[in-house]
Design a protein around this ligand. Structure first.
Ligand code: ATP
Length: 296
């Protein structure tokens, strides 16, 4: 049996940074949105006695999708052995949670061939990384805690984005260290006040105001990778109504709102692609785009 599932990248349309917690992670309030920029995962069932395998050309070392399978097995998941092949399109270490999206898609695929308990899958996702729970059911969501406590949110007003990848990679841990060095974390009362503004702004079909399209990690990403600042300027010059770094960067995202947003974003992507290879227009996607499909 073979199944396929798409793993959408995410952008943090708003990322509010709080202080470091006892577990070393930071308190966050963040608005995740899944985008039409996908890795494609293919799961092939193998004969009994085979070992699970993950193939992911372009990504060295232990794969988060492999860790997802191992965690399922450790909790007694009884599916047949599987080979998961990942066709990467999401920039690696780009702040778009590609690894987390692949791990979440692996969990969706595994559940499609042999069901498990939803609470177990949620616990596995949380154990794999702060960004994995939000990717289990792609769409728009708010993450609190370390970003791992996820609440679904209604889709926003029509909008489109341009994703500008960097040829550089930024390890997430380095960006958080730099944020600490720069003192970027908000005190608890400021974090709560801004979070309340975000919740209040999120009625169905809302346009996010400029004051909420912020990423508190952005100064840290620019400090470590000044090219990020140039990309932000270029995206704004290309007409983006709002622009910010995605997650811990270095990918930059421009946003256009309105019924003709995708046309305007596509034109901007074309104008940026010469100087920024890989710049491409994208739009929001919901969970329906990411559900496993039987191939044969
Ligand atoms: P996040 O925003 O969740 O921190 P990111 O988008 O910045 O993530 P990823 O692309 O998820 O970064 O990758 C971070 C690191 O994880 C990579 O450098 C790579 O070594 C490792 N990794 C493990 N599995 C994967 C995968 N399936 N895809 C990409 N990277 C992976």
């Amino acid at each position: 049996m073979r199944l396929r599932a798409l793993a959408p990248a995410k952008v943090n349309l708003c990322l509010l940074l709080g202080g470091a917690r006892g577990d070393g992670r930071h308190e966050l309030v963040t608005l995740f949105e899944s985008l039409s920029l996908f890795d494609t995962l293919t799961l092939q069932t193998l004969s009994a006695g085979s070992a699970d395998v993950v193939l992911c050309p372009g990504v060295e070392g232990e794969n988060l999708a492999g860790r997802a399978l191992a965690a399922l097995r450790a909790r007694g998941w009884g599916g047949p052995p599987v080979a998961v092949t990942i066709d990467k399109r999401i920039p690696v270490a780009g702040g778009m949670a590609g690894g987390s999206a692949d791990a979440a898609a692996t969990l969706r695929l595994a559940m499609a061939i042999a069901p498990g308990r939803a609470e177990e899958v949620d616990a596995i996702a949380a154990g794999l990384g702060s960004d994995v729970p939000a990717q289990l059911l792609p769409g728009v969501s708010i993450g609190t805690g370390a970003g791992d406590l996820v609440e679904r949110v209604e889709p926003l007003a029509p909008h489109a984005l341009v994703v500008v990848p960097s040829r550089l990679e930024l390890p997430t841990a380095s960006v958080y260290e730099e944020a600490d060095r720069l003192g970027l974390a908000r005190p608890g009362d400021s974090l709560q006040a801004r979070a309340a503004e975000l919740y209040a702004a999120l009625s169905p079909g809302a346009v996010l105001p400029d004051s909420l399209v912020v990423n508190d990690l952005q100064p840290a990403a620019i400090s470590l990778c000044p090219e990020v600042g140039s990309a932000l300027e270029a995206v704004k010059r290309a007409g983006a109504e709002q622009a910010l770094v995605s997650g811990s960067g270095p990918t930059v995202v421009g946003i256009w709102w309105g019924g003709d947003a995708s046309l305007r974003a596509s034109a901007a992507a074309a104008s940026l692609a010469g100087r920024f290879p890989g710049a491409a227009a994208a739009g929001p996607v919901d969970a329906g785009a990411a559900m496993p499909e039987l191939i044969d």
